[in-house]
Design a protein around this ligand. Structure first.
Ligand SMILES: [Zn+2]
Length: 214
């Protein structure tokens, strides 16, 4: 569902460009809004969310999809935790659809999907592991890496129930905006994938903007 934001870009308190292969790792306070912009189109922002006051509580794809009764995320989707609590709501979306079924790329999946020699290529799970290692203050480790949202990624479910990776439906400047319903830790891996035609083998930067609570 296409819903445009009412927020004024000049009023954002933070604006940060995140290169492909890099990560964004920050706390968002309850009521704050975050916009992720796909600057050049067809990028994937692989994102994890944790309750900032209890990191055992984290984003749950299965609870979110069960409660909303739809396989895709878009404006109006409430992202739920493993305790079934609202974590964030998608309040604006100019892309129209985001995946939370496909998971994130890893060196292991790169070897299965593409070729054995792709094993050494940088993947989203590496970026998350680097992020939790470089930022021990959050208290997260490898075992906390869990389900994620793939913002801007197109993973249609076929009539037979199969998952397919398809050409992106995003485009330069499309964005998704979320409002935090609790204090959340946001960990984004801006995907470095070089093997998937859906980004034209060209991973590109995203921009993260944050606004204070209204
Ligand atoms: Zn990736």
């Amino acid at each position: 569902m296409i819903v445009e934001s009412q927020l004024c870009t000049q009023e954002a308190k933070l604006k940060e460009v995140v290169d492909a292969g890099d990560y964004y790792f920050k706390v968002m306070k309850q009521g704050e809004r975050m916009r992720i912009t796909d600057l050049e189109g067809n990028q994937a922002a692989d994102t994890l969310f944790y309750n900032a006051n209890n990191t055992e509580e984290r984003y749950s794809a299965m609870d979110t999809l069960r409660e909303q009764g739809n396989a895709y995320l878009t404006a109006g989707s409430m992202l739920l935790s493993n305790l079934n609590n609202p974590m964030l709501e998608i309040v604006a979306d100019t892309c129209g659809r985001h995946d939370t079924l496909g998971g994130a790329c890893s060196t292991e999946s790169n070897t299965v999907r593409y070729a054995h020699e792709k094993r050494c290529m940088h993947a989203c799970r590496d970026s998350w592991l680097l992020a939790v290692t470089e930022n021990p203050e959050y208290g997260l480790t490898k075992r906390d890496i869990s389900h994620n949202v793939n913002f801007f990624m197109n993973v249609p479910v076929t009539a037979e129930g199969g998952l397919t990776f398809a050409d992106g439906i995003s485009a330069p400047g499309k964005y998704v905006e979320l409002e935090a319903k609790m204090d959340v830790i946001v960990l984004i891996s801006n995907c470095p994938q070089l093997n998937n035609p859906c980004n034209a083998y060209n991973p590109t930067p995203i921009e993260v903007s944050v606004w204070d609570a209204a």
